[in-house]
Structure formats: C-alpha cells, structure tokens
Design a protein around this ligand. Structure first.
Ligand SMILES: [Zn+2]
Length: 190
C-alpha cells in the first residue's frame, strides 16, 4: 500500500488509535511520577489536520491523566502515534510530508504530495524542527546512539524511516513509535 493510500485508510488510523490506547493504559496503571498519587483520566480535545472525515470523535481526543491528589494535580500525557506534541497536523503527515519535501521523488511520495496540501511555511517550520528542535532534546542524544551507522540529522526524518523494514505501514508505525518519547510526558515537542 502506498503512503497516500495508507493515510486514506480507516484501518490504519484505527491501528494508530489502538496503539495510543495501549500507551494510555500503561500510564493509567501507574501512579503520579511526582507524588505517587492516583491518576485520573483528563483527556483533552484535539482537532488534528489531515484527519479523515470518516473517523469517529474518539480520534479527536488526546489521552492524558491528572494526579488526583490535592495540591499536586500534575498532568501526565502518554506517548502518542497520532499527535506529535502541539503540531496541528497528524504525526504521520508531519513525518511523510517532511520526507517528501526533503527531495524524495519516489512515485509514491509524489502521489502523497497531490493528496495532502500543506503550505510551504508550515513545511519549513517542520524541517527546522527536525533539524534543530528534535536534535537538541536530551532524548535525541540517547536515541541517536542506538542508530548504527549514525543517521544524518540533516536528512531527518527520512534518514530514520529508511532504517525500518517492512511495508509502508510497518515503517511508518515503527518511526512513530520511535518518536514516542518526544510526544508526551514532560518533554513536549514544540
Ligand atoms: Zn501527584
């Protein structure tokens, strides 16, 4: 399946949601990292761009938890394969469009470009984030050590996508999972 077909596939978006449910359940089973208090659901609404109209309202909610202890109320937000920090587009679109605009000219990327219109300034902001924002996080300094041979930061995110095997869905899911640590918790992607 091409990336374009994948982004138009309801089952793929359901799969991403299912991963997010699993990640949320794991956080829910734990305690507040600050005080050990119980965590209560505190989902909040998102309106991700690039979202399929056919999806239900459950796709517009970001899983999040709030400590139940008075005086703490710390928020814990699980990692997500759908939302990349505060970016308004779906994480998968941020990844794929960034790969596309980096010079990849494979036919499947061209077809994706025709299907998803993102203005150039937004794409430039994303490229700056991959190059400077992501690579300045403490997470990246650890994560890059596990990438052998080293990836070229200037080629992100395509230089990481290329490391994963399988079909388009496998590779995209693997990359979104890899990025998980910067999508939630206390480290927020900007
Ligand atoms: Zn707490």
């Amino acid at each position: 399946m091409s990336y374009r077909d994948l982004m138009a596939d309801v089952a793929f978006h359901q799969l991403l949601l299912a991963f997010d449910v699993d990640l949320a359940c794991a956080v829910r089973a734990g305690r507040c990292a600050r005080c050990g208090g119980a965590l209560h659901s505190a989902r909040y609404p998102r309106k991700p761009r690039g979202r399929l109209c056919r999806l239900g309202p459950e796709h517009d909610r970001r899983f999040s938890f709030c400590c139940a202890a008075d005086g703490c109320r710390s928020r814990t937000t699980p990692a997500s394969l759908r939302f990349l920090g505060r970016k308004v587009y779906l994480a998968a679109i941020v990844v794929l469009v960034s790969v596309l605009r980096h010079g990849a000219s494979a036919p499947r990327m061209e077809r994706l470009s025709q299907a998803i219109a993102v203005d150039r300034r937004t794409v430039e902001r994303w490229r700056a984030w991959w190059r400077d924002g992501l690579t300045s996080t403490p997470w990246w300094r650890m994560a890059r050590a596990g990438l052998i041979p080293p990836v070229d930061p200037a080629g992100l995110p395509g230089s990481i996508l290329d490391r994963f095997a399988g079909d388009a869905a496998d590779r995209l899911v693997a990359l979104l999972r890899f990025l998980g640590p910067v999508t939630g918790g206390r480290v927020h992607a900007r």
